[in-house]
Design a protein around this ligand. Structure first.
Ligand code: FER
Length: 390
């Protein structure tokens, strides 16, 4: 049965536009078309959306009749006429005594006679020139946001591509402990890579940013599983030529572990201020300056600011980073501030010595997140990738 309803969904609206060959647009924009209309009327045959009309009115003198759509299978039954009449009726009902409103529409070619029946005049005519219009189109962003599945855990990801239409290198970029993908130093690294012609896949790990999981429950095993899922995702992308992996701090430790586990996956890896001492200090009974008995790990460890489950420690204690360093023979770029308060600079120096093929860039006078010389860090990243591309 044919019903007239006051609402249709953005998806239905786009499906109707598609059905008659009209331009489609993003659902967010379609939603605005529905929400901001003075009146929207949908037509359903039982539940199926088969028609729509939108009436726009500024409340002053300009009104516009837009999107008179009827599913071709239902045309010739007077549905279009009802939609136009309902729109004119609604507009007249809203006008106060003395109001004058100009109702305009753009007829589809050949539909002029249909609209003339309601009093519309074809333009140009003796007192009005032709109607004019143009489409303004904003390019789609090169950034795409989505989730990567990691054994049922949704990892929030953003892909910033250098060029939508070309193949090229990609770097996976991972934040640190308590961090996320929008931190200044993560964005700075992403932009530097993009400027060097490298697309970037930022991924948030378990319990961080907008990914699934609670911070307290995160462990390095979970992060390893997540990073492997990100690597598998990246390897499936058909535009990717060379793959790189970069991570900051605990993400830098993760980078070192994954490099050892997948030594053939990456053209190079970039641990930024890598917190690769975490497993060792957990074996010794301390984490982030908080002490515990390493042989009798409590259920929880923490301060007023953060809480970790004992499992974080248990897992960390089993990890041996030197083994993974020894398994990776490719190029490594380590960047480290020599006034890092969270991960002593000496660890950056030591890692650079242990790797077969590492370069250390020291950011003099800088801290853990390069808050004093962010540009220098970004420049080092850019230069490294520029060298890689030559
Ligand atoms: C620690 C020292 C530094 C630690 C973490 C960090 C979890 C740094 C983390 C980061 O910024 O990613 O003892 O324990």
């Amino acid at each position: 049965m044919i019903r007239y309803v006051e609402y249709i969904t953005p998806e239905e609206y786009m499906a109707l536009r598609k059905m008659v060959g009209w331009v489609e647009f993003p659902l967010e924009q379609a939603q605005a078309c529905i929400d901001k209309a003075y009146m929207i009327l949908g037509v359903r045959d039982d539940e199926k959306a088969i028609g729509v009309v939108r009436l726009l009115w500024d409340g002053g003198y300009i009104a516009f009749l837009s999107d008179v759509i009827v599913d071709p299978e239902y045309q010739g039954q007077g549905i279009g006429r009802k939609l136009v009449e309902a729109s004119i009726g609604k507009l007249k009902a809203g006008m106060k005594p003395g109001y004058k409103v100009k109702l305009t529409l753009n007829s589809a070619i050949g539909k002029e006679a249909f609209y003339e029946k309601f009093g519309f005049r074809v333009r140009p005519n003796e007192d009005a020139g032709p109607g004019m219009d143009q489409w303004l189109i904003k390019e789609e962003s090169a950034m795409k946001e989505f989730y990567i599945d990691s054994d049922g855990i949704r990892l929030h990801a953003k892909l910033d591509r250098v060029n939508e239409n070309e193949k090229g290198p990609l770097c996976i970029l991972i934040h640190g402990f308590t961090g996320h993908m929008e931190e200044d130093h993560i964005i700075a690294a992403q932009k530097a890579m993009n400027e060097a012609g490298v697309s970037v896949l930022r991924v948030e790990m378990y319990g961080h940013g907008k990914s699934d999981g609670q911070f307290k429950d995160h462990t390095l095993y979970k992060w390893v599983t997540n990073a492997l899922a990100a690597v598998h995702y990246a390897k499936e992308l058909d535009f990717v030529t060379d793959l790189y992996l970069c991570g900051h701090s605990q993400g830098g430790l993760l980078t070192m572990l994954i490099a050892g586990m997948c030594p053939d996956a990456f053209k190079a890896v970039i641990p930024l201020s890598p917190a690769w001492m975490i497993p060792e200090i957990c074996r010794q009974g301390s984490v982030l300056g908080t002490e515990f008995d390493p042989l009798h790990i409590p259920d929880e460890v923490g301060t007023a600011d953060w809480t970790l489950s004992g499992d974080y420690i248990r897992v960390a204690q089993t990890i041996h980073v030197e083994d993974e360093i020894a398994r990776y023979h490719g190029p490594v770029l380590i960047i480290h501030g020599d006034e890092d308060e969270a991960v002593p600079y000496a660890y950056g120096v030591k890692a650079a010595e242990l790797y077969e093929n590492a370069k250390l860039v020291t950011i003099h006078g800088d801290d853990h997140c390069y808050t004093r010389h962010l540009k220098e860090m970004a420049e080092a990243v850019k230069e490294f990738f520029a060298g890689e591309q030559r």
